[in-house]
Design a protein around this ligand. Structure first.
Ligand SMILES: Cc1ncc(COP(=O)(O)O)c(C=O)c1O
Length: 401
């Protein structure tokens, strides 16, 4: 398998600015083809979906292609792909809709590891419905969640478990397959935040057992929007608040107002881009198969860089790395004794090395790790991260610590 980071980098116009980017978990750079797809869509004749005019047919094709692209990316049914503004918006919407069937005394379960967008919407919905909330804790020493940690919170009254497939703060990837089995044993639903997982793993939602799986294309080289997938049959059972004249079909009933068609097109382009990253592959292979190969190549590349960074950080007595789970993404959170995280980020930023600091909205996790609201410094890797950038970062860090 050939993966050429130089070839990948030429696709990203933003890299010409010269900064070293370790900020992909906050939002990845976008290749030219994705920007072009957004721009071409906006400058072509589009209007509403339909079959009468070329503009209507084009608009329809853009939507259907994007649903198929996301389905290929996640191993989902295109008829169950819902687009939205962001994962946060989709989770607020789905929490309100799903909560309509909850009764006082029911229970839901959230995790301490999650980004706040997969915690707060559920807490608010639970509060309104008089539903009890139980928490899955993670062990700060290992930064892991086990299936037993989840099972301990499940009861006969559990209606839903919301958990991340990967922590955007420390990279931990909980064992979602086993968790799904335990959750389904209790007859509850599993709502998975795949925002940080999707850029780093070949996802198979069906095999994973997630009833709902959400992600954000802007984390995997796409435009700023969110996507949620579920089986069309499950979506049919849900009744979101909607306008009277808007269609009641699935998945359209969950997409309020006129969609951002240009972002649908950009998402398709991002999936196509990822399917072509560094994999010679047969041109006749399906997009899903090419994605499988690409994700393996990207993971190998990112893991090699992660190991190099970890080896170096281990040399510095003042540095503590908080990303410790055995199974995790190439995302490293660290703190430096005697230096505020934002100070470290500012000094790196002054050298055009983009390494952000904070709790990254994984506020509960940051506090649980003893890092308060200040969090830590986060190094994130992407397919366009290079060994040259890594050495630049490590040299700068040597000076700082
Ligand atoms: C793990 C995780 N979940 C959820 C979100 C929120 O995603 P969005 O910005 O699409 O609402 C983020 C964004 O950083 C994230 O990293």
């Amino acid at each position: 398998m050939t993966f050429s980071v130089e070839a990948v980098r030429t696709a990203f116009p933003a890299l010409r600015e010269g900064a070293a980017h370790f900020d992909a978990p906050g939002g990845s750079l976008v290749p030219e083809v994705v920007a072009a797809a957004v721009s071409d869509t906006l400058s072509s004749a589009i209007c509403q979906r339909g079959s009468n005019t070329m503009a209507e047919r084009r608009t329809d094709a853009i939507v259907l292609s994007a649903r198929q692209a996301v389905a290929d990316l996640l191993g989902a049914d295109p008829g169950g792909v819902v687009f939205g503004r962001s994962f946060t918006q989709l989770t607020f919407d789905f929490s309100r809709t799903i909560a309509k069937s909850w009764r006082a005394g029911d229970e839901i379960v959230v995790s301490r590891l999650d980004h706040d967008s997969n915690i707060r919407p559920w807490l608010i919905a639970a509060d309104r419905a008089g539903v009890t909330v139980r928490w899955i804790e993670f062990d700060p020493a290992t930064s892991e969640i086990t299936v037993e940690d989840v099972e301990a919170q499940l009861t006969e009254r559990t209606r839903l478990v919301a958990i991340t497939a990967a922590s955007n703060l420390i990279g931990t990837r909980p064992p979602i397959r086993q968790i799904a089995a335990a959750v389904h044993d209790r007859g509850a639903l599993l709502y998975v935040d795949g925002v940080h997982n999707t850029p780093h793993a070949f996802v198979d939602v069906a095999a994973m057992g997630a009833d709902f799986y959400g992600c954000s294309p802007y984390k995997f080289c796409g435009p700023h929007c969110g996507v949620l997938v579920a089986s069309p049959a499950l979506l049919e059972t849900l009744a979101p608040d909607k306008l009277l004249p808007s269609v009641n079909t699935v998945p359209e009933r969950f997409e309020l107002g006129t969609p951002a068609f240009e972002l649908y097109a950009g998402t398709t382009a991002a999936v196509d881009f990822l399917a072509g990253v560094g994999v010679p592959g047969s041109p006749t292979a399906s997009r899903r198969d090419r994605l499988r190969g690409s994700f393996a190549a990207m993971a190998e590349h990112e893991d090699a860089l992660r190991v190099r960074i970890e080896e170096e950080l281990a040399q510095h007595p003042r540095v503590t790395v908080h990303s410790r789970a055995r199974v995790r993404t190439p995302t490293l959170l660290f703190t430096v004794d005697g230096l505020e995280p934002r100070e470290v980020a500012a000094r790196l930023g002054a050298l055009d090395i983009n390494v952000p600091a904070g709790n990254f909205y994984a506020l509960e996790a940051s506090r649980h790790l003893g890092l308060g609201d200040a969090g830590g410094v986060r190094i994130g890797l992407a397919p366009y991260s290079s060994g040259v950038d890594v050495e630049r970062l490590l040299e700068a860090l040597r000076d700082i610590v």
